[in-house]
Design a binder for this molecule. Structure first.
Ligand SMILES: Cc1ncc(COP(=O)(O)O)c(C=O)c1O
Length: 388
């Protein structure tokens, strides 16, 4: 079975009437089989090889039922066909590998540094050229899609939370054959569905909100054009960055609670962003739900919710921000994001992120009690010393 072609297993799921439901129901009901006696959850298939005689042969090319459950779930959420990978970066690499030598990639000023490194590496090796544009400036984005072979949008962006006007950019005239790709990791498909706006490919680090528990690395690409889906599946087949069986199962299991996790985390984030912006030791809060955010107006039009990510700058020197993170007791001082537990990290301390404001802390808001999270922030600000 090729992910780009109709799949009898998937269509039989839809025939059971769970296709046209809300995302809150889909995350629970999608990605299951319906035969009497089936386990409710598609089990972990540990198989590289299958007996001949069906459309399954070798799993690197033809997949397993465990991957397909995950792909059906994410494909249904994003409105396309999904191809699962071993990590978000593996998914990003598969997209870039679609380009012919000499292509031009345009990407925004604020973009996940791993993707930036991958693009830069290709430039150094003479595989493609690249340019950057202001993600908050729709006119620059529109100019980029007119001239680039691939425009990469990181929206909502990591770590400055810039929201690009994806519908306007997707509607703009494109270079013939040009691809518009959106990294939807921060927004999640619950708050933004770029394919419906006209983007060609959506990418997720499923390591983050989709998995939701800091226990798995995973990536997913979703597209509508069967040729693009087939090309991405070929990249996985030939590149070999396949999802692990356990990982695919765990992300599927994580997605079952995506809607309730996001509801709680986002409610916490809305509350905490407001408290942070009113605290005398906080210089600036970047959060799409705040009227003061530079792309608040776009966020209001494009997103269904402001999400559970933000970043803020603390008054004082860089080492105060590090001391603040070290003083946290409930919130975890750690990299990565999108899990049930709240976490924070000073981003300018990360290689490749030195250009960021020195005290910028990225905050992945979890599902804990909001007053206890606030109490933790206040005690860590006090413990790291006052600078006002
Ligand atoms: C926005 C974004 N995109 C892509 C990635 C890469 O994903 P992964 O770590 O799953 O390879 C990350 C990882 O932090 C990310 O934050």
């Amino acid at each position: 079975m090729h992910p780009g072609s109709p799949c009898s297993r998937c269509l039989s799921h839809y025939a059971h009437g769970v296709k046209d439901v809300t995302p809150s129901t889909w995350v629970v009901a999608g990605g299951r089989t319906f035969n009497p006696g089936d386990p409710l959850n598609v089990p972990i298939t540990l198989a590289s090889n299958f007996r001949a005689g069906t459309d399954r042969g070798y799993s690197r090319g033809e997949g397993t039922a465990t991957w397909e459950a995950l792909e059906e779930l994410v494909g249904g959420l994003e409105g396309g066909r999904a191809v699962a990978f071993s990590s978000g970066m593996a998914a990003a690499a598969a997209v870039l590998n679609l380009l012919s030598t000499g292509s031009h990639i345009a990407f925004p000023d604020d973009c996940y540094h791993g993707v930036v490194a991958l693009i830069d590496e290709g430039v150094e090796k003479g595989r493609w050229s690249s340019s950057r544009f202001a993600g908050a400036d729709t006119a620059s984005c529109i100019e980029a899609v007119l001239s680039a072979d691939l425009v990469w949008l990181d929206s909502v962006s990591n770590p400055l939370l810039t929201v690009a006007d994806v519908p306007a950019i997707a509607l703009a005239e494109r270079k013939p054959g040009g691809l518009l790709v959106v990294d939807n990791t921060f927004a999640t498909p619950l708050n933004q569905r770029p394919l419906a706006f006209g983007a060609d490919i959506v990418m997720h680090s499923a390591t983050k909100f989709l998995g939701g528990h800091s226990d798995v690395l995973s990536g997913v690409l979703v597209a509508q054009d069967p040729d693009v889906v087939a090309a991405l599946a070929d990249q996985r087949h030939h590149g070999g960055a396949t999802p692990g069986a356990l990982e695919a199962y765990l992300v599927t299991r994580g997605i079952r609670t995506l809607a309730v996790r996001m509801r709680q985390a986002q409610a916490n984030a809305i509350d905490l962003a407001d408290r942070l912006q009113n605290h005398s030791e906080i210089l600036r809060v970047r959060y799409p739900g705040l009227v003061s955010h530079d792309t608040y107006g776009v966020a209001q039009r494009v997103l269904d919710g402001p999400g559970a990510m933000m970043s803020f700058e603390i008054a004082g020197p860089a080492d105060r921000a590090t001391a603040f993170c070290d003083a946290l007791r409930i919130i975890v001082h750690a990299t990565s994001l999108g899990a049930v537990e709240s976490s924070m990290e000073r981003r300018a301390g990360t290689p490749g992120q030195e250009h960021l404001p020195p005290t910028l802390v990225r905050f992945s808001v979890g599902i804990e009690d909001v007053d206890e999270l606030w109490g933790d922030i206040v005690q860590a600000l006090e413990a790291s010393g006052s600078h006002r």
